[in-house]
Design a protein around this ligand. Sequence first.
Ligand code: PLP
Length: 363
Amino acid sequence: MTSIFRPAIDRMAGYTPGEQPQDDGWVKLNTNENPYPPSPKVVEAIRRAAEGRLNVYPDPHATGFRKVAAKLFNVDPEWILPANGSDENLTVITRSFCDADDAIAYPYPSYVLYESLAQIQGCSIVRLNLNSDWQWNSADAERLRQSVRVFYVPSPNSPTGNVWSAEQLSQLLPERGILVLDEAYGDFCRVPHRGELLRNDLFDGRLIVTRTFSKSYSLAGIRFGFAMAHPDLISGMTKVKDSYNCDTVAIAAATAALEDQDWMLQNRAKILATRDRLAAALPAFGFRVDPSEANFLWTTHATGQHRELYEQLKQRKILIRYMKFPKALPDGGSLDGLRITIGTDAEIDRVLEVMTDVVQSVS
Ligand SMILES: Cc1ncc(COP(=O)(O)O)c(C=O)c1O
């Protein structure tokens, strides 16, 4: 049968999200969720919202949430755009700024959803290859900066876990376009910013910062994120988003989560301590671990048997992420490795407990 889809959709493979097993008993360390529950104040806010007015549409501008977020990031509420997960804002940005003859760039290896967004939009995507220290070549960055409409950069980056400084990021600001700083893991980094990047002259008012509640706030199941940018950018993007993109329950949950900073910070501290413990323990099993400022570790093994290690762990009901990035190496080869989300101490103990067996089985 002749396809009735747009050719751009026929051509694309589609983004494959991480596995979400629906049965119990898994140590789930594959999609960078928080192993701890959300604040009890969030659960109470959800209950109250559910008992409230679910028969009417939500506030299309999530006014209450924007006020709380604005205060935390030292901006006015007009600088905030809530979304149904930060992925939704990435879609809104792509649809707002990119026509078919425009190009999007992103560092590579990184979050490959940006490629799918470009493909859906029918525009082109270019990769800025990172070297083995996760840095880019300045000449390559400069060449891309001159030609692309949107540059997506996660910092901390996934899966590598590193951050780039404001000066480095500013090298990626497109000459005639937008720099998107995807801070999905921003709360985990050593010095989380509180809005100062948005006012930094280096970015010429053309920086959009995106944030999520799926990681530091333990709310991946709720779907909520927000973008921060100059009000001129936010008001244009508001025309593109769905009218009621965030539901009443999610708005209530996210607002309560932001208001309980202590809860988030306590979980953050536990996760960082567990991360450092795992990073210190893995080399004894033959792993090389990259320094991380996020809630996950990128690691490679001396045997290079990354897929097999992933499979062996999976057989023991431990789910981590095997990742392979074609054409990421200078010789055109693929780069692969394992990304391990930081779980509870007990979950990480379980990983370490089975690791001798797992490594032996692939050697
Ligand atoms: C870099 C990056 N950006 C965005 C997201 C998506 O966040 P959300 O759950 O809010 O859509 C993820 C999720 O893994 C991510 O790794």
